[in-house]
Write a protein that binds this ligand. Structure first.
Ligand code: ADP
Length: 373
């Protein structure tokens, strides 16, 4: 009822109705006088010479009648024209002016004013377009903010190891630092960190742009967990952290890209190892929940403060940057990549923790072969 199509139809009908009403009124008012002129034309006038013949009277009457009808039509046309002008002014105000506003808002956004929005009123197609325009502007604004933050973050992340390498080299040149294997090892470690950061960034840009193809097929989760556990057990043994897994035998297969899910598990188990002190334990479990399989990685480690929980999947976010770096920790990108991979599978990933010292739980879901849709 509120669509532009309906409004246009209504406006055409309004012009038509006004024209017809005026035509009827004019006919109503003009017809009697045309009729009387016609009657007068038929009556012979005494003292005016030979009376007009009946044929002549009929002709004159017809001419009068026709003139009367044309007069009425003329009024109707004028009224319809005026109505058309009024309706088109009203309609164009409703359609053209919001479009003009959107055009100028688009120009301002193109010029870099990403906070530009248009006022939306009503519920017709123009209002819907306005709402979608605002949504698009919001998305552009957040992308721009993310881009700026990313550039800032990347420069910051690159600066730290670069500054360290520069410091070691200056120390070596000035003779302040000994040219020992230990110094070179430290330089090598920083260069290694730079290399890992660049690799992570490359991987992140690939997964965030969706520029990776998933080879999804039914797989047994137990196989993926075993592959990951085999890969990480030496590190767990070395640190003295227990690694357990317990998957139900009747767990349905999951629809997954094996390599990518192993990558996620490696990240979660790697983090759990890094943030769990010796003698602690890490347990992997899984359960079927509806049409999905829920995988849980639980550790008895340092835990995550409640304030940090909503941010740990943000890129470059670390609960404690100094501790993470000192312990040879990553760049704060691992969980961001894990989330992108799980979401690409149509699943979800989140973390829970009772707080510092209470351990952490990471849970992700994957569609099972029993998934209906
Ligand atoms: P990083 O490569 O620094 O580990 P991640 O994206 O994998 O980056 O993790 C982000 C941050 O989340 C980590 O720096 C750490 O502070 C926190 N975190 C991740 N896993 C755990 C865990 N199992 N226990 C405690 N904190 C964790």
């Amino acid at each position: 009822m509120n669509s532009i199509q309906f409004k246009l139809l209504l406006s055409y009908l309004a012009v038509l109705v006004i024209g017809v009403v005026v035509l009827l009124l004019a006919v109503q008012l003009i017809a009697p006088s045309a009729y009387s002129r016609h009657m007068l034309g038929q009556m012979p006038m005494p003292g005016m010479g030979p009376g007009r013949g009946p044929g002549q009277g009929a002709n004159l009457g017809l001419a009068n009648f026709r003139a009367g009808m044309f007069e009425a039509l003329g009024y109707a046309i004028i009224a319809a024209l005026l109505a058309a002008v009024a309706v088109s002014i009203l309609l164009s105000r409703r359609i053209v002016s919001p479009l003009e506003k959107m055009a100028s808002a688009a120009q301002r956004i193109a010029a870099g004013h990403y906070d530009e929005r248009v006022a939306v009123g009503g519920s017709d197609e123009i209002a819907q377009l306005g709402e979608q325009f605002n949504q698009m502007a919001e998305k552009l604004e957040s992308t721009e903010t993310m881009r700026r933050r990313l550039i800032g973050d990347v420069s910051h992340e690159l600066r730290t190891p670069l500054t360290a390498i520069k410091g070691y080299m200056e120390g070596l040149i000035d003779g302040v630092l000994p040219a020992s294997a230990e110094t070179f090892e430290q330089v090598h470690r920083e260069a290694d960190r730079l290399g890992r950061l660049v690799d992570d960034l490359q991987e992140l840009s690939r997964v965030e742009a969706g520029a990776f193809s998933l080879d999804v097929h039914p797989v047994h989760l137990a196989d993926l967990v075993q592959t990951t556990v085999k890969r990480l057990s030496p590190a767990y043994e070395k640190k003295g952290v227990g690694l357990h897994w317990n998957l139900p035998a009747d767990l349905p297969q999951v629809l997954a890209d094996e390599d990518r899910v192993v990558q996620v598990l490696t990240n979660l188990l790697g983090n759990a190892l890094m943030y769990t002190p010796a003698t602690g334990t890490v347990t992997v479990t899984a359960a079927q929940v509806g049409g999905e399989v829920q995988v849980t990685v639980k550790d008895t480690g340092i835990g995550i403060p409640a304030a940090s929980l909503p941010h740990i999947f943000d890129r470059f976010y670390r609960v404690d940057p100094s501790r993470s770096r000192g312990a040879g920790g990553g760049s704060g990108i691992g969980l961001t990549i894990a989330r992108a991979i799980i979401e690409a599978h149509g699943g979800q990933i989140w973390a829970e923790s009772g707080g510092e010292g209470q351990g952490s739980v990471f849970i992700f879901t994957l569609r099972s072969t029993l998934h209906s849709s």
